[in-house]
Ligand binder design. Structure first.
Ligand code: ZN
Ligand code: CU
Length: 484
């Protein structure tokens, strides 16, 4: 008889491919799935009776800013408690490595922490620190364009010179050799806005031969979003590299209702080149406080402020009123600061979330003292609110967006599916109960309905909380085919 460490019996298995659920037994030995079948005959050290529960591959959070958290707070409770077993760091052009600071980190690199957390001058130093920290979840890493610019440029409000681009490419090449998943950009931010399309193309060139991807927080998500999408697709075509549009949305009241044309543009591109996007299931965004996004009609909440920490949690409108100044002046006085912008329409968000090109990414900000609830709620919210309650997406499709699709696109080998021999990253949840509980007023709250999470075969989380057995690994890029 087969012997294994853990036998999960009679689970409703969602295998991550999008296929309908099947009631099966799953066996785990060491870090792998060693049995998939009906009534497996297997002597197991531990048996989990999973009747009525769903078993899926551990969720992959494709859009995170957990770069320094995975080392500083390796428990990763915000993610494990959602069923997430892998995070991808280094998004929006900002990564913790490779970074050599000359002073304070520029906006928005400060989202990852103060100067003291940037300790990884090379990608390999970051990987070594990660391995030593042994985080609770697996980590795949992108290299940020803004981080590279900041390493090699004296100021960020201009185009990089050829020599600077060459230096950035050398660093990017080292990271790709070390297993980085690709390059990210954050062209909407002042620290990268001055970069030309050609500067980004020059950097994206080596991605193709490495089998890596280009991930972008586009130049704008507001009025000129179609131009910004064209720029991203042009970079992908010129460099023969797949393009992932980060946190796709139509930002600002003037752009509400434009998700249809945005998705049409995405579909047109997908007919010609590998491309897709990610999305979080909320009608509000969050980042550093950006004066360009201040609009008196939009509810903006301040989440932190260096000169006024006491105002965290208050609305910009009430602060401006108390000070007797326009919103824009109040925003200026609060900087540097963080904010939540209720500037997305629910209908647009739902349309993008449900689109077959869309993966799920939290974009959670773990260093924020009053974070957007997406940090703790994203995955259970998709499964509870948008699958079960609103029937916007089927459960197999939603799980595919969180598992098989991202594993394929980012080249995470032998993950993202429940298959014989694959790594045993698994989440057992109650599809009738799963729901987010984090809210805008009370954002640090674990979701309900997650029964157990295994990471590389190790039980990492149960209804009693994190087990303390941290088994996450650094995930190197592998070549996997992109499937549209
Ligand atoms: Zn972003
Ligand atoms: Cu982001």
């Amino acid at each position: 008889m087969l012997s294994c460490d853990t036998l999960i019996r009679n689970a409703s298995v969602l295998d991550g491919s999008g296929a309908p659920p099947e009631v099966l037994d799953i066996a785990i030995r060491d870090d792998r799935i060693c049995g998939v079948g009906f009534s497996l005959a297997c002597s197991a050290a531990s048996v989990v009776e999973a009747e009525g529960l769903a078993l899926a591959p551990g969720f992959i959070d494709v859009h995170t800013h957990d770069d320094t958290s995975v080392i500083r707070s390796p428990e990763m409770l915000a993610k494990l408690s959602q069923g997430v077993s892998t995070v991808i760091v280094g998004n929006c052009g900002i990564s913790a490595a490779p970074v050599q600071l000359k002073g304070e980190p520029p906006d928005p690199m400060n989202l990852l922490g103060g100067a003291e957390v940037f300790r990884y001058p090379t990608f390999s130093a970051y990987v070594a620190a990660l391995r030593e920290a042994r985080p609770g979840v697996n980590v795949g890493a992108l290299v940020g364009h803004t981080a590279l610019r900041n390493n090699h440029m004296d100021r960020l409000d201009r185009i990089a010179t050829d020599a600077e681009i060459a230096a950035m490419r050398t660093q990017l090449g080292e990271a790709l050799d070390g297993g980085a998943l690709g390059l990210s950009s954050g062209l909407a931010y002042a620290s990268a806005r001055a970069a030309s399309t050609d500067e980004v193309k020059a950097l994206a060139q080596p991605l193709a031969s490495a089998g890596a991807v280009y991930v972008t927080h586009m130049r704008t998500e507001a009025n000129a979003i179609l131009d910004a999408m064209d720029e991203a697709f042009a970079i992908g075509r010129a460099c023969h590299v797949p393009v992932i549009l980060s946190h796709l949305k139509c930002a600002g009241i003037a752009n509400w209702g434009r998700s249809e044309e945005v998705l049409h543009a995405l579909e047109a591109a997908r007919a010609a080149q590998p491309t897709g996007c990610d999305c979080y299931p909320y009608a509000a965004g969050s980042s550093t406080l950006d004066l360009q996004q201040v609009d008196e009609r939009v509810q903006i909440t301040i989440t932190w402020s260096v000169p006024h920490p006491e105002l965290a949690g208050q609305s910009l409108a009430s602060i401006a009123q108390a000070w007797g100044v326009p919103h824009l002046d109040a925003a200026r006085r609060l900087q540097p600061a963080g904010a939540i912008y209720h500037s997305i329409s629910e209908a647009d968000m739902r349309r993008i979330l449900a689109h077959p090109a869309t993966m799920i990414g939290s974009d959670g900000l773990p260093n924020d003292p009053r974070p957007h609830p997406r940090l703790w709620g994203t995955f259970p919210r998709v499964l509870g609110r948008y699958c079960r309650e609103e029937e916007l997406i089927t459960l197999p499709d939603a799980v595919h967006k969180m598992t098989g699709m991202p594993a394929q696109r980012f080249g995470l080998a032998e993950r993202g599916l429940i298959r014989m021999g694959y790594f045993a990253d698994l989440v057992l949840f109650d599809p009738a109960k799963i729901i987010d509980t984090a809210t805008f007023t009370d954002p640090i709250r674990a979701a309900e309905g997650i029964e157990s999470v295994w990471v590389n075969g190790t039980l990492a989380y149960t209804t009693a909380g994190a087990t303390g057995n941290r088994a996450g690994r650094f995930l190197q890029r592998a070549r996997t085919p992109w499937i549209q």
